[in-house]
Design a protein around this ligand. Structure first.
Ligand code: ATP
Length: 404
């Protein structure tokens, strides 16, 4: 379990993390989400003792990282897959880490096997693709067979197969009872991977909830209805006096369909049966994590642009009568549905970004190679100093020493 309480970190005039408290539980994957620059990496670095909080603390099973006797056996991390010496082979890199942390050499073969790198164990990591480097970083994180795992953007830049592999892998780790915290910009991916979400914006906590709850709480569910008699259906809907009932064209469907909010599928079906209206589809729709995320973090996105105004306006009579400008009326489209009682959404989205992916303005490598180890952190966990390194002069602790 990881417990962050009141974590605060400023860099000069920038408050990267502000009074942040949350708990990461074992046995599940917790997604760590936030717009660019919201403080995810800073938080993870503080958890790993790579940055000191100005205030507050992060405890791993009740202890600060720097107080852990065998940190790599308790916590494994992947902060940047590129933190591996390019001239070292995968096996040599892992052997070096194992030795520096008092872990048996036998474990190197095991973790290489686990991540599927046995066949390329003797190849220089510098020749690895990004996906292979991510696997090597994960192997490093697993070296000490830790209960707690932290992954910062592990799927960034991976192809669909690599993404699928990491998703399955993380779920597997959580199923073994481990604590898994993973940050990502790929919201659709997080919706599939994470059981629980911690969402931050401008360094502050925005949400700490199960993924299901987060989506349900932040988006509105609707019902998609297809019918050859939509005009009659909207007339029938217009005759109801149900608070919050709204409808409009369903833009996500080919052909004519209606999106209804404020009346569940059963009731719509009953209404249609009552009026002898034929239905071809009646399907409840829930919001996406992306919608929920935008809804909640729009104020916290530093770089954003307004979306074009919604197309559909009150008074839209595309579906015939039953759509008066006031009272029950059409839904705005496209885009997330507004909260009940609100008008058209003026939600903000980051400029020029693909829908499901938030911008990753931060350079891939936040700490240039060559930075002192205790400030940067190598892939998979801290290097020799100050985490129980072998005696000085031992060439196996020197990352620049090539070993094949
Ligand atoms: N070493 C540092 N020196 C100065 N400012 C920093 C440093 N590290 C982070 N920051 C600033 O702190 C804020 C939070 O950065 P951080 O990298 O933690 O955010 P993030 O959520 O991980 O962002 P991204 O998703 O883009 O990686 C940003 O404004 C960033 O510029």
């Amino acid at each position: 379990m990881i417990e962050a309480s009141g974590l605060t970190k400023t860099y000069g005039r920038t408050t990267a993390v502000s009074d942040l408290s949350f708990t990461v539980r074992s046995g599940m994957v917790t997604g760590f989400l936030g717009p660019n620059g919201s403080g995810k990496s800073t938080t993870m670095r503080m958890m790993l003792g790579l940055d000191n909080p100005d205030r507050g603390r992060a405890l791993i099973d009740g202890q600060r990282y720097i107080d852990l006797k065998h940190p790599l056996r308790k916590v494994g991390s992947l902060l940047d897959a590129n933190w591996v010496h390019p001239n070292r082979t995968a096996a040599a890199h892992l052997r070096w880490m194992a030795r520096a942390n008092g872990i048996s050499r036998r474990r190197v073969g095991e973790v290489l096997e686990t991540v599927g790198l046995t066949a390329v164990a003797g190849k220089s990591a510098g020749k690895f693709s990004l996906g292979m480097k991510q696997r090597l970083g994960i192997a490093s994180a697993l070296l000490g067979d830790p209960e707690v795992l932290l992954f910062d953007e592990p799927v960034n830049g991976l192809d669909p197969e690599g993404i699928h592999w990491i998703r399955t892998f993380m779920k597997g780790l959580a199923a073994q009872g481990r604590t898994v915290l993973v940050s990502s910009h790929l919201l659709s991916e997080m919706a599939l991977t994470a059981d629980h979400l911690v969402v931050i914006g401008r360094g502050r906590l925005i949400a700490d909830a199960s993924t299901k709850e987060f989506i349900a709480r932040s988006t509105e569910s609707s019902v998609r209805v297809r019918s050859p008699q939509l005009g009659r259906l909207t007339e029938a809907l217009g005759e109801l006096s149900v608070p919050g009932l709204r409808w409009g064209p369903d833009t996500g469907t080919e052909g004519e369909a209606l999106s209804v909010v404020g009346l569940n599928a059963d009731k719509i079906g009953d209404l249609a049966a009552d009026k002898r209206i034929t239905l071809h589809e009646l399907s409840p729709q829930t919001g996406s994590l992306e919608e929920a995320f935008i809804q909640l973090t729009s104020q916290a996105v530093e770089y954003n642009a307004r979306e074009p105004m919604p197309m559909s306006q009150p008074g839209d009579t595309r579906w015939g009568p039953g759509n008066p400008p006031s009272g029950p009326g059409p839904l705005p489209a496209p885009g997330p549905l507004p909260a009940a009682g609100q008008g058209a959404p003026t939600q903000q989205v980051p400029q020029g970004q693909p829908a499901q992916q938030f911008p990753h303005g931060q350079p891939a490598q936040q700490f240039p190679q060559g930075q002192p180890a205790q400030q940067g952190g190598w892939a998979g966990g801290p290097p020799a100093q100050p985490y129980g390194a072998p005696p000085p002069g031992d060439s196996s602790t020197d990352p620049t020493t090539q070993e094949r």
